[in-house]
Design a protein. Sequence first.
Length: 205
Amino acid sequence: MNYPSKIIEKAINELASLPGIGKKTALRLALHILKQPVDSAVGLGEAIIALRKEVRYCKKCHNISDSDLCNICTNPRRDQQTICVVEDMKDVIAIESTNQFNGLYHVLGGIINPLMGVGPSHLNIDSLVQKIKETECKEVIFAFSANIEGDTTAFYISKKLAGTGVRVSSIARGIPIGLDLEYTDEITLGRSLLNRTIIQTSTQE
């Protein structure tokens, strides 16, 4: 496609590089931005730059944060004895929207997937185990998508936690097999948390 301006062509190409956005959608977005007041476009640009440069990762749970510790980890009203383990920060947002969980989180930064070259050493598993050993955690909830990779990750971590005395559970399978957690409706996700199932693990190291 030929564009009347190299500037708008570059903007379209950058927008089209985002997941789920094709060239036609990128063109509509670029034209929409072009029609907005300059201050609005500048505000959008500054927000994107700040997102990349200033957003941090919580040192305790690895969730996105504006400071060294996120507002969930520093909230004294959260249940400090329950940790929900998720694949990514988008899952934290999905679970928080249900208003059914009041504990803490631990973001792995992915799940075990040998076919994609992702092993346990690539994930925030060791820091989770260390956290559980150093705190008064009584229950760990696995909130992974219902697929083979999620089950493999849960099984691996549960074995790592064997002997710690912590209760290990998984959200109920009201979530359809193969559906990513972020696309699950809030009611189903909330009920899955409330009706989580216990994972049996060995008590030996």
